[in-house]
Design a protein around this ligand. Sequence first.
Ligand code: NAG
Ligand code: NAG
Ligand code: NAG
Length: 229
Amino acid sequence: MANTFFELSFSLLILSVAAMQGTHAAVEFVLDYASDNSSGGLRFKNEIGVANSLQTMSSATNFIWKIFKQNNPSDRKNVTKVTLFIENSDGVAFTVSNEIHVNANYLGNYTGDLRREFNGVLYHEMTHVWQWDGNGQTPGGLIEGIADFVRLKAKYIPSHWVKPGQGNRWDQGYDVTARFLDYCDGLRHGFVAELNKKMRSGYNADYFVELLGKTVDQLWSDYKAKYAI
Ligand SMILES: *[C@@H]1O[C@H](CO)[C@@H](O)[C@H](O)[C@H]1NC(C)=O
Ligand SMILES: *[C@@H]1O[C@H](CO)[C@@H](O)[C@H](O)[C@H]1NC(C)=O
Ligand SMILES: *[C@@H]1O[C@H](CO)[C@@H](O)[C@H](O)[C@H]1NC(C)=O
């Protein structure tokens, strides 16, 4: 069962994965895992493991490029290496540029399907690595909503998410905004990909009008009305 190579070297493992599309691009995925015998660290090692994490980083990346319709390297952010840190800290996870940090304590305390939760967290965080942020002008709620939209499309959503139609504001973020974006994507297939593309250099609420012919507030009203009982 236990692979000796992984046992000995799991503190720093490197896997190079050639991009699925495009001939020249390659992204390197690195895992930095504190082998400190903490309960979370051990649970990570035993129930998820190095090989699975690197594989998930790679499949999440390919999935995100597909969702964003970024078939060519020139469409994408120029990221050549993504590092995943599994460390004991607070919260669930966060991402700064091409570094993803997942809290081992969170994994250690998680009750339920840990692999599924880990994958969902990773798809969300990996989206932050690849999505455009309008040069810092995109509202935070939309950024988080797109990351959860990817998680939704990957079918890794947790049971505590709001149902379609729930929430108070379109830019509330996370699951609320993800459900709304899914509605918008239903009105125009590929909407989220086009919205992300527009945010390469800036952000304007009119992007919703340009793509869907209605203001985002009107779209939110329509969305709420669709699910009103
Ligand atoms: C973790 O536990 C193993 C096995 O008990 C031990 O060999 C190793 O030194 C421990 N590592 C740390 C960092 O405490
Ligand atoms: C992408 O980034 C790498 C390293 O940061 C750099 O060597 C390369 O020239 C960049 N490629 C493009 C197309 O900008
Ligand atoms: C997980 O449980 C440990 C031990 O009870 C606790 O110290 C830690 O703060 C918990 N972590 C989280 C993220 O809840």
